[in-house]
Design a protein around this ligand. Structure first.
Ligand SMILES: Nc1ncnc2c1ncn2[C@@H]1O[C@H](COP(=O)(O)OP(=O)(O)OP(=O)(O)O)[C@@H](O)[C@H]1O
Ligand SMILES: N[C@@H](Cc1ccc(O)cc1)C(=O)O
Length: 374
């Protein structure tokens, strides 16, 4: 049986960037009750490694820590945000086919158990929880416009006078989702921070569906994971504008998709931004961390430097690799070639599944559904 500290460490392991708060999480684990988790996704384009690998790695960590994990397929939210042409029927179809099955596949590739993950369609949640809408309205009575307008970044929008009313309803729904699902750990990328801080702040205002643990009303814990950066960032973007700097499915050239072929992966990494001697905001270094150094290595990470630059060099840890990179001992092109090899190996089970396994049909159905909405 895993002890509390091991569970906390799993929650904190990379790609976790922030956990509000660690002390609370420890005390929740100490109750011995089963904690519930959720992460929600809009249903729009194809699944990239930010969603399929980064987010799912964290879900699998929590599953290993004994947490009951779940995924909200946010069909209503996608519709409010005008995804997939605002066609709710298509959004729902994509949610329960391509989206759900691809995440299930990813969970099993990453060592988790997809059968014990709850998948919840947001529109079913609002039907099953009869108080859902009244609770959303009750929250609207209690928070100010300024509390909500700053949260629009969670849906990739900013507030202007022409903002749609639906954009203001969406964050309120996301707050109430945490409570309607009874989740002790609300999880998302750091771009979701604003709405979840609001969700924590209002814990004693959510009267129709308070969050409880062992009979006590508690605050939800917020777990925010690192965002894998856009491959095409140039380093000149404002750091605050996460929608510009993160890998995003609405900007395909920024992202590696789970179904990308080895040639696509190689081409995208070859063309990626990779500033010499810099590890911060360097998408290629980030890919090395994700694909090659999250777990202890069984064989070395090899950079095949030309002999005039010292010949091949082997690394067992991320720190050793970044130290040499910062010192200019590895050329960006040599790093890219090593990362391409590792990324292709990592993504091979996905590529096989999409090219001739069950994923192939899902992918082709998905592309026809998406075409209809364009
Ligand atoms: N680049 C990324 N790295 C890690 N997590 C990500 C990344 N992009 C999105 N996520 C996370 O996945 C969840 C769903 O995000 P979302 O559906 O908005 O993806 P997206 O690719 O940004 O889509 P869109 O381009 O439609 O905004 C959120 O928790 C978000 O933080
Ligand atoms: N806002 C999230 C999606 C989401 C929707 C509802 C939630 O309850 C949680 C997450 C995104 O941008 O992808």
């Amino acid at each position: 049986m895993m002890d509390v500290e091991d569970k906390v460490n799993l929650a904190l392991k990379y790609p976790t960037e922030e956990l509000l708060t660690v002390e609370e999480l420890r005390s929740y684990f100490e109750t011995g009750e089963t904690l519930k988790h959720y992460i929600g996704f809009e249903i729009s384009g194809y699944i990239h490694i930010g969603t399929g690998v980064v987010s799912m790695y964290k879900l699998v960590d929590l599953q290993k820590a004994g947490v009951k994990v779940s995924i909200l397929l946010a069909d209503l939210h996608s519709w409010l945000n005008h995804k997939l042409g605002g066609d709710l029927e298509v959004i729902r179809k994509v949610a329960v086919t391509y989206f759900k099955e691809t995440l299930r596949k990813s969970i099993s590739v990453l060592g988790g158990d997809p059968d014990s993950v709850d998948f919840i369609l947001a529109s079913n949640l609002t039907e099953e929880k009869r108080e859902y809408w009244v609770q959303v309205l009750d929250l609207a009575r209690q928070v100010s416009l300024s509390d909500v307008r700053h949260s629009l970044t969670i849906m990739g929008r900013t507030f202007t006078n022409s903002a749609k009313m639906s954009w203001l309803i969406y964050p309120l729904m996301q707050v109430i989702d945490v409570y309607a699902l009874g989740t002790h750990i609300a999880h998302g990328g750091v771009d979701q921070r604003k709405v979840y801080v609001l969700a924590r702040d209002v814990y004693d205002k959510v009267k129709l569906m308070p969050l409880t643990l062992g009979g006590r009303v508690v605050k939800p814990i917020i777990l925010l994971h690192h965002l894998i950066p856009s491959l095409t960032m140039t380093g000149k973007e404002s750091r605050l504008d996460l929608s510009e700097t993160k890998m995003s499915k609405s900007r395909p050239e920024t992202a590696i998709f789970l179904h990308d072929s080895p040639d696509d992966v190689a081409r995208k990494i070859k063309n990626a931004y990779c500033p010499p001697k810099m590890t911060e905001n360097n998408p290629v270094i980030e890919l090395a961390k994700l694909f090659s150094f999250r777990e202890p290595r069984r064989s070395p990470f090899t950079v095949k430097r030309p002999s005039e630059y010292g010949g091949p060099v082997e690394y067992w840890t991320f720190d050793e690799l970044t130290k040499d990179y910062v010192e200019g001992k590895i050329h960006p092109l040599d790093l890219k070639n090593a990362v391409i090899e590792e990324a292709v190996k990592f993504l091979e089970p996905y590529w096989k599944w999409f090219s001739n396994g069950e994923g192939a049909k899902l992918l082709s159905d998905m592309s026809s559904m998406i075409k209809v909405t364009r």
